[in-house]
Design a binder for this molecule. Structure first.
Ligand code: MG
Length: 276
């Protein structure tokens, strides 16, 4: 009997070891659940939606925010008004260049670029004098005409005004599309501080008979805050009456000498990137 036990013991030991070892063996990897139906076969290859051309042009951004990128046309860099003329007679612009900025010379008239544009991205900075006076529309009024379609205020005006604690009709405050679109926010800095506008202008297009083909659109940021979100313009901006479109092809960008009696405002760092 003792001897039988002695013979069986190693088997009992081995059997116990084998059971333990099996218990510790991780189960074989279960294959992933088969997709229902044949969805796996119908999934398109990811390459199908990859687009490799056209490769966007390389544009070197400005050294800091607001500085012109490498493909910008600089319209005013603080030195002179060589890119600008007086709107009314196309004579040299008479506004005052000093200290790297240009200040409206009141009653010398609107000025506009010599170059003409269709679609573009524009950057422009402007400053209401710290000692501004007046109220409502007579307080630092000027304007950026995104397309100048004639003398005076003909065109499409993005309003410039002191809207820091200055009540006026809201479709005529700073960053409005004058009398067409109220800005989405009032992002005005205090008088004396510099303001920025960054604008995307999609010019209207016209049929051969002068009728409107596609309307103008404006997206505009005021001090980096979205003020106009791809608004579809109703026509040129007008002081009185209803806006209407008038056919044109290319147009200058115009700055307004408004003529209100408040101290003159200034502009600086103006550049544009033409868009297709
Ligand atoms: Mg104005």
């Amino acid at each position: 009997m003792k001897r039988r036990l002695a013979v069986l013991l190693p088997f009992v030991f081995l059997a116990t070891f084998a059971v333990r070892a099996m218990a510790q063996t991780p189960p074989a990897q279960t294959p992933p659940a088969a997709p229902r139906g044949n969805a796996q076969q119908t999934l398109p290859p990811p390459q199908e939606t990859e687009v490799w051309e056209p490769v966007p042009p390389v544009v070197t951004p400005g050294a800091s925010y607001g500085m012109p990128p490498s493909d910008a046309i600089v319209l005013f860099d603080g030195k002179n008004l060589d890119e600008w003329v007086t709107t009314s007679d196309k004579s040299p612009a008479k506004w005052t260049v000093h200290d790297g900025v240009v200040t409206v010379a009141k009653r010398t008239g609107n000025i506009e670029t010599k170059r003409t544009f269709k679609n573009y991205q524009l950057h422009i900075e402007w400053q209401i004098p710290e000692a501004i006076t007046g109220n409502d529309q007579a307080r630092g009024n000027s304007g950026v005409f995104l397309a100048s379609t004639g003398n005076g205020d003909a065109g499409y005006e993005l309003q410039v005004l002191d809207s820091y604690n200055n009540k006026t009709y809201v479709n005529g405050q700073a960053a409005s599309i004058y009398k067409q679109f109220i800005p989405l926010a009032n992002a005005m800095r205090k008088p004396g501080e510099w303001q920025t506008y960054d604008v995307v202008w999609t010019a209207p297009t016209f049929n051969a008979d002068g009728s409107l083909k596609t309307p103008a659109y404006v997206t505009a940021f005021h001090n980096g805050v979205l003020a106009q979100d791809h608004v579809q313009l109703k026509g040129e901006t007008v002081f009185r009456g209803k806006p209407e479109y008038k056919a044109y092809d290319r147009a200058p960008i115009k700055l307004q000498d408004h003529g209100d009696p408040s101290p003159a405002i200034s502009f600086r760092n103006i550049w544009v990137r033409e868009l297709k």
